[in-house]
Structures are given as C-alpha cells and as structure tokens.
Design a protein around this ligand. Structure first.
Ligand code: FES
Length: 183
C-alpha cells in the first residue's frame, strides 16, 4: 500500500529508509526503531514491529478493567528512553499517583500518530498524556519536538470540532522528573 510519497524517507532521522525503483528499502543496520516513519506514513504502509496501533489499542482496551465506574480514564503513552523511566522512578521514590491513570511504554514519542489518539478517545479514554524526552535530549534527534508540534495541531483541530483539547497533553518528562510526571 506504499504509494512512494517519500515521506518516510524524508522524516527518518537515521537515514534508514531509501526509496528505489524496486520499492522501499529499510536498512536494519541504520533503523533504530523510533517509529517516526510509521506515525508519518499517510497510508499506514510503514509499521513499527511490536508497537503497532493495534497492539497499543489492545492494551488500552484492557488497561482500565479494574477501575471504579465513573473515574476518568487517563492514559499515559511514555517514551521508552526518558518518560517511562521517570514514571517508573515515581513508583520507586514512593510518589503517590492517581489511581485512574495507566501507562503504556512506547518507542520515541514521535511514533504516536493522530489517528491512534482519536481512536483512544473513541474507545472511552478521557485524557491522554504523551511523554517525550526533555528538550534537546530525544534519542531520535528531534522526535519530541515534532510530537509537540503534531499534538498541538491535533489540539487545535479538537477545539474546532468542539472537543476539549485539554484532554490531550504532550510534555517533556526526563528520567529525574518523576514529580513533574505525577503533577
Ligand atoms: Fe524520547 Fe524521542 S526518544 S521522545
């Protein structure tokens, strides 16, 4: 289903994707699995192994099964390198987290596409936090900045559609920033 639009080749921060006359070639020696291409691909031809939208949505579907009825469901999608570790440290440091939040460890925050967010809302998630590495510290060059931009565009669209954009938030959360994560 690739239409050779070259978006994947353009956005890949590691130079792993090349479009040739024979089709798309992803060089496994260069690919670092950020998921940047998968989120940007307009036809969803690019997929991130083990982190597909379906696999994430399957986790979303069961994540809140023990939650009391009426509690808002807050889902945190946390980048593999920094934000997830910050959240993990919150637990190790004994910080109290709200009972109604769940988290899913993703690859770079740039792997989150807007269709996934919309589908999560459609499935009943009330609020979504996307955590990315601190500024200038994304492990995939500038994935966190692009996620910030992508989510603020989606927020604008949500407002235009009459949806409350405060239900969606991107933030830069580093490993030592457990308190920021909890806040
Ligand atoms: Fe953390 Fe890119 S690796 S936001």
């Amino acid at each position: 289903i690739c239409v050779n639009c070259r978006v994947g080749e353009t956005v890949c921060p590691h130079g792993a994707i090349t479009i040739t006359e024979k089709g798309v070639i992803t060089d496994p020696a260069f690919c670092q699995g950020c998921g940047f291409c998968a989120a940007a691909c307009p036809t969803h031809a690019a997929k991130l192994i083990n982190f597909t939208d379906k696999q994430i949505l399957d986790q979303v579907d069961v994540a809140f099964s023990g939650l009391k009825a009426g509690e808002p469901k807050i889902m945190a999608l946390l980048c593999y390198w920094c934000s997830y570790c910050g959240a993990d440290l919150a637990g190790a440091n004994g910080l109290r987290a709200p009972v109604n939040y769940r988290s899913i460890r993703i690859r770079c925050s740039s792997s989150v596409n807007t269709a996934l967010i919309v589908e999560m809302f459609r499935r009943g998630v009330d609020g979504i936090l996307i955590g990315g590495c601190p500024q200038a510290a994304c492990h995939h060059v500038n994935g966190n900045y692009l996620t910030d931009k992508r989510m603020s565009l989606l927020g604008n669209l949500m407002d235009q559609l009459g949806l409350d954009s405060s239900r969606l938030r991107f933030d830069y959360i580093g490993v030592p920033q457990s308190q920021k994560f909890i806040d």
